[in-house]
Design a protein around this ligand. Structure first.
Ligand SMILES: [Zn+2]
Length: 380
């Protein structure tokens, strides 16, 4: 999320407690040298980390949209270091590289901020190296770790951070937000809130950029065709989706970033540009992994709808459109529900869940997807 460079407190929704806590730390000049942001996926932890970073680096001490703040938002501030997983994990080399950067002086002289996103994805070696960074803090350096929960981190890392908890955002609140802030019609907001699995960041992304939901929709389509295609066709279809995932690229920083880079002296511009390119390639990899998850979630949504039709049908009831995640596929869903039984569909859903976990465990994707096709077909 937060590709666009949002960077004010107003961009954070539904986190009044965390925001007030952080703003008062900033006002009092009492920001601990290591913070840990925990809370469900997609509720704004990373966006908030960027806002806090902007405030810490800003000459006025506020996230006020000045040139320094805009650089932080665009992630080109020379004293802001963002560490995020490359593919699946944050490796020890990345932490060593960070240590090297921190051993130098701050470029603009107002301290430095390190944001570690998905901190739980540090390898054991990386986490141990990072522990040293936490134990022997560099002067004027703030570290913000972002993770869904503290349980997935080394206790020794957690104990050195002050935790700030982010609340989950209910589907009701999410729907309201989509109607009031994103201008969606109520019906559309309800369906989007449910399709996104109630994940705030994902729902907002899909509301703003409908094309971002493309991989989810491809998943639905593949699931709908799974049983009707020959094995060869099904494998080819899934493989072509997988290839498309690999062509996914995020767009670059835009004109303002280029203007900023060209205003710098040659050496620092080059260094910053190189760092940006490396970051962009890491983000592309990560975006591909998230898109692959969207694809699997899209498939699962189709099987979940079939399951609902089977179970309600057994009781002689009807399923209204609002209960389906994919009402536009009703005809295909009804056909599949007549053909499949609950046990088979449950098996498919379990397989998709396992595939999601395997994706995060760095298995060969081509193998994973073709194996998945075989498994799904054997259950239908
Ligand atoms: Zn500022």
């Amino acid at each position: 999320m937060a590709q666009g460079g949002a960077c004010s407190w107003e961009d954070i929704f539904g986190q009044e407690v965390a925001v007030e806590h952080l703003r008062s730390m900033l006002r009092r000049g009492d920001v601990p040298h290591a913070l840990l942001f925990t809370g469900p996926r997609g509720v704004g932890k990373f966006t908030t980390a960027l806002v806090v970073a902007a405030a810490l680096l800003c000459p006025t001490g506020e996230a006020d949209g000045c040139p320094s703040c805009r650089k932080a938002a665009a992630r080109v501030h020379p004293d802001l270091h963002i560490v995020e997983p490359e593919g699946m994990s944050i490796r020890v080399e990345r932490i060593r590289e960070l240590e090297g950067l921190l051993s130098r002086k701050a470029v603009e002289g107002r301290g430095r901020v390190v944001v570690v996103d998905e901190a739980q994805s540090m390898t054991a070696e990386a986490a141990n190296a990072f522990l040293k960074t936490l134990e022997e803090p560099h002067p004027e350096t703030y570290i913000i770790l972002v993770s869904e929960s503290r349980e997935n981190l080394l206790p020794t890392v957690v104990s050195r951070c002050r935790e700030v908890r982010f609340a989950s955002i209910g589907t009701g609140e999410l729907e309201e937000y989509l109607v009031n802030r994103e201008g969606l019609a109520p019906g559309e907001a309800r369906s989007l809130a449910r399709r996104s699995g109630g994940i705030f960041g994902r729902a907002v992304l899909w509301a703003r950029y409908p094309e971002a939901a493309a991989y989810w929709r491809k998943g639905v389509e593949c699931a709908a065709l799974m049983r009707r295609l020959t094995l060869r066709e099904a494998l080819a279809k899934v493989e072509s989706c997988r290839r498309e995932l690999h062509e996914l690229r995020l767009e670059g920083g835009g004109e303002s970033v280029e203007a900023y880079l060209s205003a710098l002296d040659k050496k620092s511009a080059e260094r910053l540009r190189k760092r940006r390119e490396e970051e962009a390639s890491r983000r592309d990899k990560r975006a591909r992994r998230l898109a692959a998850h969207d694809f699997l979630d899209g498939m699962a949504s189709f099987y979940r709808d079939i399951m609902l039709l089977i179970l309600v049908g057994e009781e002689g009831g009807e399923v209204g459109d609002t209960l389906l995640l994919n009402p536009e596929w009703r005809k295909e869903l009804a056909r599949e529900a007549r053909h499949l039984d609950a046990r088979g569909v449950r098996g498919c859903l379990e397989r998709l869940q396992e595939a999601g976990r395997a994706l995060d465990a760095n298995v060969d994707e081509e193998l994973l997807f073709s194996h998945l096709v075989l498994e799904l077909r054997s259950r239908c």
